[in-house]
Structure formats: C-alpha cells, structure tokens
Design a protein around this ligand. Structure first.
Ligand code: FMN
Length: 426
C-alpha cells in the first residue's frame, strides 16, 4: 500500500487519531511497538487560524515518529483551507480531514460526521484543500449518518475524485457514536467496489493483534471467494481443452494457433479475461510437461495456447514432444484464482492454514521461488512433505519452510481434464 511517497508493508497497522489520547507520549509508546503510521489528535481549524495554543501545540512533531498525519476538523470551507496551509508548514507526511467525529458540538454544527449529510460540501471542501496544499491529503469518515442513511459508497466514489490519497472508514454510523459493533461488511463492500481506486483503511473494534489479523484475513478471504463468481462451466472447460488440443495438432502441422477472432473458440467473455493458467500433459498417467503462469495480463485463451506449446516443447525437464506421441498424451488445463498472501506466525500456524488438496502454494524466499498446483497434494498429502518438496523445487534446503519463514501465497484452481480414448494423432 502506498500513500503519497510513503510505501507501507502489505498489512500496515495505523494508530487512529484520538483526542486526549494520541499525544506525543502515547505516540512514542505506540511507535516502540512498531505501528506503521500515526495521527495526531484532531485540531479545530477555526482554533488554529485564531492562533489558539491548544491547536498550535498539537502541531509539534518529532522526527522519530514519522510518518505521521495531522488531522483537522471544521464546518466551514475557508477556515479549513487556511488551517490546511498552516498544517502544511508543520511538515507532516499527511494532512487528514476529520469527517467522522459524532459528538454533538462538532457534528451538530456540520463538522466531523455532520459532513455525511452534506456530501456536496464535503467534496468541495476536500477539493479546495487538495488544491491548496502540496502534501498528500487523506480523510476519515464513518459509514453514514444512521443505519437508514448509509452513504459511504457514494461518499467514497465522489471523494476519491478530489485527489485524496486514502480514506479511513470507521464502520459505525454517526448515530451509533461508539456503541454497537463496527460493520466490517460495509467496509469490505467499499473495498470490493471496482470503482474505488484509493486505499481504504478499515477502522473500528480492533483492540488486539488477533482482531487486526482477523480483519486482514477476511479481506484476503474476500479475494479468495471473488474468483468463484467467475467459475467456468464444464462446457467452457471442454472448450479450453479443445483449444489446447487444436494448438498441439496445429503446432505439428505448422499452422498458426487459433485466433482471437475465432468465434467458436474464444468469443466467450470469460476467455477474454486475463488470469493465470497452467497446462499439464500426461503420457500413460505420467507427467510429460507442465508450464503455466501464476498471473497474467494476457487473455485466458491466449494463456492456454501459449502454455500448451510451452508444455509440449519447452519444459526443460522433458524432451520436446514428438508427433508420434500426440495420440498418447492427455491434456489438463488448470485455471487459477488470483494468488493471495498467507499471513502466518510460525510453522505450526502455517500448517494449520494450508488447505491440503485445495490450495496451490507459491513459496518465495529472496529470489528463490516455486509453486505446486493443488493436484500435487495427491502425491504429497502430508503438508510437511509438500512444503519440503516445494522448498527443494525452489532450490532451498528442505527445511527452509520451518526456519526461514518464506513468503507463502495460495491460490485455487479449476481443473479440466481431457477424457479421450487414445485416438488418432493429428
Ligand atoms: C477518546 C477518543 C477520541 C477520539 N478522537 C478522535 C479524533 O480526534 N479524530 C478521529 O478521527 N477520531 C477520533 N476518535 C475515533 C477513533 O479514531 C476511532 O475511529 C474509533 O475509536 C474506532 O472505534 P473503536 O474504538 O471501536 O475501535 C476517537 C475515539 C476515542 C475513543
């Protein structure tokens, strides 16, 4: 994740701004515990431009607490723009706008979460501030005013157009104040919205490392289930197999591979979508070639054609396929979901998280990397053996997965097998 020029780790932890809590002493402690990003307590824009001591004091930053965001709030556009310029001079990495505070004397005057009922004004204010300062601007808000007025999708889609760099969403409504549970389904729905391009930072009810981990994993789970919406039907799978078979035959006849224009093969929308795909060739039940890509920008149909040719002629473990073998090889096409990182603490945790016979696994340590498709679980059903062999495949020692904490990603596949009696070759 990136905000402005700040590159964060994959799952960064941010300290929420809290009035009377996130002062320099508290921030110092949180920094010692490794928080990735912190915010000051909020500052009244009107107070700041009047030179109020309370606000000015909150502008004091320490070098070793960077990256840090300073948060301001206010109901009126001009003072907010003026305050933003003052904040910029204090040189925080980020200027954050408070559109979430629910307390009566703030929201009741139209500031904080009061802005959720005046979205046009919120957008105009944000735009004016983004235009007035040169540091990255972010905002923090709630999912809506009340359970009947949840407008966070509209707010996010509109506010991102102003050029803000990220949006923090507290999963409660203004009416809830700090009661009840934060609704993470709504936060996930925003993250899932294909129109939303800026980073979304979820907030609410995170009071332990386990809570944070759970939320990160849930969004990972969301990624896992998303591709299920695009499952191929058996008929579509058969067409991919046919495409692979034709590619093999045509390679020997030195003809071009099927063209994208060919309506018979690839007119289906799903074949035009990019994605990872592997093609496996087997002869008499034994592996005869297997090549694929974990992710790809090329359309699925093209991945099938290319990987079929590569599995037949360019798998370094095997000799190039001969025309005489064509009748004996069977084809399997594996369509991959997008790989996602597994967050794990230690080897026992990793062993628990892996789903044997379901997960394809990518192991990465430095420049060493290797993958096993889920089909490999049939030969290596014990997760320890599976991971040891995967390490060996990556050129690492067999126990590297136990001691080196390699990066592990998982994906699932939809596999289609050719069911054909050995027939004529070409
Ligand atoms: C004492 C206190 C002060 C807060 N002050 C601010 C603030 O200055 N700015 C802000 O955006 N949110 C503020 N919040 C809201 C938090 O940043 C955060 O959104 C909220 O606490 C999340 O809910 P949770 O406490 O259930 O995790 C405050 C919350 C508390 C409890």
């Amino acid at each position: 994740m990136k905000i402005g020029n700040i590159e964060f780790p994959k799952h960064p932890v941010f300290l929420a701004p809290m009035e009377d809590v996130t002062d320099p002493t508290f921030r110092y402690m949180c920094k010692q515990f490794g928080v990735d990003m912190m915010y000051t307590e909020f500052i009244s824009a009107e107070g700041l431009i009047r030179g109020g001591k309370k606000g000015i004091r909150k502008l004091d930053l320490w070098e070793d607490e960077r990256p840090i965001g300073i948060q301001i709030y206010g109901a009126n556009i001009e003072p907010m723009v003026e305050a933003a310029k003052i904040v910029e001079k204090a040189e925080p990495e980020i200027l954050d706008l408070n559109f979430g505070c629910p307390v009566k004397k703030i929201a009741g005057r139209g500031a904080g979460s009061g802005m959720l009922r005046e979205v046009d004004k919120m957008i105009e204010m944000t735009q004016r501030i983004v235009d007035a300062v040169s540091i990255p601007v972010t905002a923090k808000t709630r999912i809506g005013w009340s359970s009947e007025e949840i407008n966070i999708q509209e707010v996010t889609e509109r506010i991102q157009e102003t050029g803000i760099h990220a949006l923090t969403i507290h999963g409660r409504t203004k009416v809830q104040m700090y009661q009840g549970e934060a609704d993470w389904d709504v936060i996930k729905a925003v993250k899932d919205n294909p129109k939303v391009k800026i980073p979304i930072i979820g907030n609410g009810d995170i009071s332990s490392a386990q809570d944070a981990k759970k939320r990160f994993e849930e969004s990972v789970m969301m990624d896992r289930t998303a591709p299920k919406k695009h499952l191929l039907s058996p008929a579509q799978g058969n067409r991919l197999i046919t495409l692979a078979r034709q590619t093999l035959q045509q390679a020997f006849l030195k003809k071009a591979t099927p063209k994208s224009e060919d309506p018979q093969e690839v007119a289906d929308d799903i074949f035009q979508k990019p994605g990872g795909v592997f093609v496996t060739l087997k002869k008499n039940g034994n592996l005869r070639g297997c090549i694929g890509s974990l992710t790809s920008k090329k359309p699925l149909w093209q991945g099938v054609c290319e990987n079929t040719r590569n599995a037949a002629f360019r798998d370094p473990r095997f000799e190039a396929l001969k025309a005489s073998e064509l009748a004996e090889v069977s084809i399997e096409v594996s369509v991959l979901t997008t790989p996602i990182s597994l967050i794990y603490d230690a080897k026992e945790d990793l062993l628990q998280r892996l789903q044997p016979h379901v997960d394809g696994v990518i192991l990465k340590k430095g420049s060493a990397t290797a993958t096993f498709l889920p089909q490999v679980w049939q030969q290596l059903p014990d997760p320890r053996d599976f991971l040891s062999h995967l390490c060996l495949k990556a050129g690492l020692s067999a126990n590297s997965w136990e001691k080196d904490k390699p990066d592990i990603s998982v994906y699932q596949v939809q596999a289609f097998e050719e069911s054909r009696p050995a027939g004529k070759g070409i």
